[in-house]
Design a protein around this ligand. Structure first.
Ligand code: NAG
Ligand code: NAG
Ligand code: NAG
Ligand code: NAG
Ligand code: NAG
Length: 436
């Protein structure tokens, strides 16, 4: 997420579980790391039932468009105070805590909980995620040639693109003349498919921070009550508990481990995950008013279709681009994927069977990879498929999706996305949606 939320913001981040990192123990088989919403560390998404990951042997990928989220980061500046206030509160009550008989999962408080988290920037594990993905991309598409890299102009995004490039090209990549590294501003004046909402004034007013505030007032107080019973005299507030949930996610993002993660029940983590989903669907997805979500996401879909249907010599084999969870969530919204009917609501309870899942859609270092491929016999004409976080994501809105591969004919894809391609930045639809 790229912007600061006003007031009570909840944000979310989690970190990555890569070799060499200690993750919190799984309580009763529950893997918390996969349930931290858009604060989850990178992980491969589940492969949908019955969908094959490998294309048939007679098919060849000809063009790829990668939209990569930045890797694990520190909390946003707006989120950090929740953690620092918690730390201060605990420190002020350290003598009380010393005298308490604590449950094993809170025992760590006796030695004091300190935090050295920064804010906004990429973390060590975040750097590793991007480097690893650069290497993997090289191995996945050995025959395709990259000639450019584009990053949204924000430090953690630019740094992410750089680490990816180190893994993909090697250490001398910045001297490669054939590869152009460029950035695109993330401001309110520059139309961009990476940050479409930045140029939409109406979005500033509409974005659904409300959902998360509403849900927070429902799910956090019972946790506060439970933990205050275990920590008499410390008097934790709801904001402190929010801070402790952030501490779990962001310690993981920065250090690979957090004592706080074990302090929560499975259902409490699932409630937190729902908060993160509500935030993203409310501010960058279907719960925005009217057609705002699809209209903003249309900029990405237009770019994709324009490139994959470009038969001129300016078409590139690979497009390597770096942005945000919000970029991917807007795109999914324009494409009509992961849509819940009725819309997700903050009135509770958690909609357990919901389709919108930021834990699998947009963890840190999420990768949305679009492939255009042709086959000598399996399919006629150019085909398209989506790999979201290393697993096929079925293009279910196509008229004739292939059930084995989740792919469809490029023509079909173009046809069913006409609503997006009929919209462009600054046209009458855009203006009426954004109140320009
Ligand atoms: C901790 O104590 C200091 C000094 O009295 C005070 O300024 C601070 O607000 C306290 N922290 C919290 C979170 O109450
Ligand atoms: C890059 O290209 C420019 C102009 O084409 C050329 O002068 C320069 O030597 C090249 N640099 C490298 C590192 O190849
Ligand atoms: C969010 O809450 C504010 C004030 O409480 C209200 O003015 C605004 O309309 C709400 N936004 C949405 C999208 O519900
Ligand atoms: C606990 O915190 C609340 C809200 O900050 C305050 O009103 C209350 O007096 C505190 N209770 C104790 C026992 O410190
Ligand atoms: C949309 O708004 C912009 C900025 O106000 C304006 O320049 C443009 O002409 C508008 N487009 C249409 C189709 O009205």
């Amino acid at each position: 997420m790229m912007m600061c939320f006003r007031k009570l913001t909840l944000s979310l981040v989690l970190t990555l579980p890569l070799v060499g990192y200690a993750f919190p123990t799984e309580k009763e088989g529950f893997n918390l790391v996969g349930h931290l919403g858009n604060l989850s560390p990178y992980q491969k998404a589940p492969v949908p039932n019955g969908i094959k990951e490998e294309l048939p042997g007679d098919c060849k990928v000809e063009q790829v468009m990668l939209m990569h989220r930045h890797g694990s980061r520190f909390p946003l500046a707006s989120e950090l105070p929740f953690i620092t206030n918690l730390v201060s509160k605990l420190s002020n009550h350290s003598s009380t805590i010393q005298k308490l008989k604590l449950e094993p999962e809170l025992e760590f408080l006796k030695s004091g909980y300190v935090s050295t988290l920064g804010h906004d920037d990429l973390t060590g594990p975040g750097r590793k995620q991007l480097f690893d993905h650069g290497v993997a991309f090289r191995l996945n598409y050995p025959d395709l040639q990259a000639t450019s890299i584009l990053a949204g102009l924000q430090d953690r995004v630019v740094e992410s693109a750089q680490w990816f490039a180190e893994g993909y090209f090697g250490r001398s990549w910045s001297g490669l003349n054939s590869t152009v590294f460029s950035t695109i501003p993330e401001d309110s004046a520059t139309p961009s498919w990476i940050t479409p909402s930045n140029t939409c004034k109406g979005w500033q007013y509409a974005f659904g921070n409300n959902l998360t505030i509403e849900w927070g007032t429902l799910y956090i107080p019972p946790i506060t009550k439970r933990l205050n019973k275990l920590l008499p005299g410390v008097n934790l507030t709801n904001d402190d508990i929010h801070g402790a949930l952030y501490a779990c996610a962001y310690d993981l993002a920065a250090h690979g481990v957090s004592p706080w993660c074990n302090a929560f029940e499975q259902s409490e983590i699932l409630d937190f995950e729902y908060e993160l989903d509500l935030l993203m669907v409310g501010a960058f997805g279907y719960d925005l008013p009217g057609k705002m979500g699809p209209v903003l996401g249309a900029l990405f879909v237009d770019k994709l279709i324009q490139r994959f249907t470009d038969t001129s010599s300016s078409a590139q084999q690979l497009y390597l681009e770096f942005g945000h969870d919000t970029t991917i969530d807007f795109a999914l919204t324009a494409l009509g994927f992961a849509k819940d009917t009725p819309l997700l609501s903050a009135k509770g309870p958690v909609r357990a069977n919901r389709k919108w899942r930021t834990s699998t859609q947009v963890p840190f270092a999420a990768q949305m990879v679009w492939e255009k491929f042709t086959c000598s016999s399996s399919f006629k004409g150019p085909q398209i498929r989506l790999l979201l976080n290393d697993s096929p994501f079925p293009l279910s809105t196509c008229k004739k999706m292939d059930r084995k591969f989740g792919s469809c004919a490029l023509n079909d894809f173009v046809e069913v996305n006409k609503a997006s391609t009929s919209i462009s930045w600054g046209d009458s639809t855009w203006n009426s949606t954004c109140g320009n």
